[in-house]
Design a protein around this ligand. Structure first.
Ligand code: SF4
Length: 430
């Protein structure tokens, strides 16, 4: 019942071994033998990073590249490749001394089925978990970490409201005085890198919350390893399973070694333990399909697993992270509850959710306070950096922005259209 393995265009992955932490080199690259210089990648690159004349093989300007992979999934000639950890992860899965933890992102569960012939959009949450376990992974839900992210980021938004809107002053709130509105989300590593390269003055506005993957990694290596799985944390090898090639870059950033630091400080591991990262490897959705194929597993044939462990539980607010507006909606749900002391009339905040062909979805949300007053929050959800972000940012930098909270996802419509997803015949630049 398997489909034949995908050709190079669909897989888009090439084993390239290890990479230098914090560097983009090799995460996305143009195969000079395949590139015909059609320029489609330049049309889809949000960072103006593609170089080359029409008809001549293109190159990537690594000082501008944000590793989002939009060039890869839109290249009609399969000439753009992504660093692959498939071989390394296969080796770890086959090593009984290693505890391999898979961290599946929300957009993966709606796309992996496509790689095995199901119609686009087929949802396979429990089948995916079953297939991952059969392949040898323990599952730590990225959605569980997305719930953590919202506690962090929603807490920041509430802190900023208390400091900047309600005028409260206390030691507890001092830090929020350094981070003015508008507040920008931080879950998308391509967006964060784009801001670092192009708009450094904006950084104090961007949430300090780690992305869900970078919350899941250290949580798996500390809390779950010690309390749930009861294994040696040093043996845990964490694999982000992402719709996204920029996550490969994010995992390699040198600042993400929180589990190593924590475990040494608590004397759980010896002082001389070599440094290890919070996330050891990233597989894209295409890569996970390749792991399943090599293991002879078709997720569509797996059972809907009934048992749900604590590392696999999460809320609906986490699942919607996979779509544009999801982080915004989840943060607003949280903020509403905290500032009003009650649940919102509906958990669905359609005004901020989903794709808009205009690129920026605007909304005005009223939050009731506990004293009966109300505050108004103006939001913008940026559906893809390309063509849409720069005006929003320039307004912020010139003090003209009408918004209080801005969600930015690099990919059109959000992670569901990420550069690590199955290649769509029509591309993503709709
Ligand atoms: Fe990755 Fe999602 Fe950002 Fe696209 S929108 S670069 S898939 S995090």
């Amino acid at each position: 019942t398997f489909l034949p393995p995908p050709d190079a265009r669909v897989s888009g992955s090439e084993p390239q071994g290890t990479y230098n932490p914090g560097e983009l080199r090799g995460i996305i690259r143009v195969n000079q033998d395949k590139c015909v210089g059609c320029d489609t990648c330049r049309e889809n690159c949000p960072a103006d990073a593609m170089m080359g004349e029409i008809g001549v093989a293109h190159k990537i300007d690594l000082d501008k590249c944000i590793a989002c992979g939009q060039c890869l999934i839109n290249c009609p000639f399969g000439a753009i490749e992504q660093m692959s950890f498939v071989d390394e992860v296969m080796g770890k899965l086959n090593d009984p001394k290693v505890v391999v933890v898979g961290i599946p992102a929300p957009a993966v569960r709606v796309a992996i089925a496509e790689e095995f012939g199901a119609p686009p959009g087929t949802l396979t949450v429990k089948k995916l978990h079953s297939a991952m376990k059969k392949a040898g992974f323990k599952v730590y839900e990225n959605n569980l970490a997305a719930d953590q992210t919202i506690l962090e980021e929603g807490g920041e938004i509430v802190g900023k409201i208390r400091y900047w809107v309600l005028g409260e002053r206390s030691k507890e709130l001092e830090e929020f005085g350094k981070h003015p509105f508008p507040h920008f989300t931080s879950c998308c590593p391509a967006w964060v890198r784009y801001a670092e390269i192009n708009y450094a003055a904006l950084l104090p506005h961007i949430s300090g919350a780690r992305s869900p993957m970078l919350m899941a990694g250290p949580s798996a290596k500390t809390w779950a390893a010690l309390n749930i799985w009861k294994v040696d944390p040093v043996k845990v090898y964490t694999v982000g399973i992402m719709p996204c090639t920029a996550k490969i870059f994010e995992a390699s950033r040198p600042e993400f070694h929180a589990a190593w630091k924590f475990l040494r400080e608590k004397k759980i591991i010896p002082d001389n333990t070599p440094k290890f990262p919070d996330i050891d490897a990233v597989l894209t959705t295409r890569d996970l399909a390749e792991v399943f194929r090599r293991k002879g597993i078709n997720p569509l044939e797996m059972p809907e697993e009934a048992e749900e462990k604590i590392t696999e539980m999460y809320t609906g607010g986490a699942t919607i992270f996979g779509n544009s507006g999801g982080v915004m909606e989840a943060a607003l749900r949280y903020a509403y509850q905290v500032v009003s002391g009650k649940n919102p009339p509906s958990w669905d905040i359609y005004a901020v959710r989903g794709y808009t062909k205009y690129g920026v979805k605007e909304a005005t949300i009223t939050l009731p306070l506990k004293d009966g007053k109300t505050i108004t929050v103006r939001t913008a959800t940026v559906n893809g950096i390309k063509n849409h972000l720069d005006k929003v940012v320039k307004d912020v930098l010139s003090g003209q922005s009408p918004y209080d909270i801005i969600e930015v996802m690099n990919c059109p419509g959000g992670c569901i259209n990420g550069g690590g997803q199955p290649v769509q015949p029509m591309g993503t630049s709709w």
